[in-house]
Design a protein. Sequence first.
Length: 105
Amino acid sequence: MTVYTAKKIITMETNIPEATAVAVADGRIVSVGTLGSLSDFFESHGTVVDNQFANKVLMPGLIAPHLHPSLPVVLTQFPFLAPDDWHLPTGDFPGAKPMRTTSPV
C-alpha cells in the first residue's frame, strides 16, 4: 500500500470533503484523511509514504462515460433537440419547451 500526501485532496465526499493523505492499494483508494489519522491503519500494512504530491492539489478525474470521442464530430453538424439550451461551436440550440395544447371546445 502507498499513502500519498498532498497540500489538499478534494474527495467529493460530503463527510470528508478535503484531506491531505490518501491510501492506495492495488490501484484502489482504501482510505483518506490526514497522515496522522491514517498512521494506525497503514502501520499494520507495510505502507510506503510517497510525498511527490506534497505541494499539489489532488482531485478525482471527471469522466463522462456516456460520450464517445467520435460522437460529437458527427452530431455537432446537426441541430439538437434537448431540454436545455446548448451552445456549440456550430451554433446555439435553444432548449425544447413543452407544447401547450388547448382542449377542443
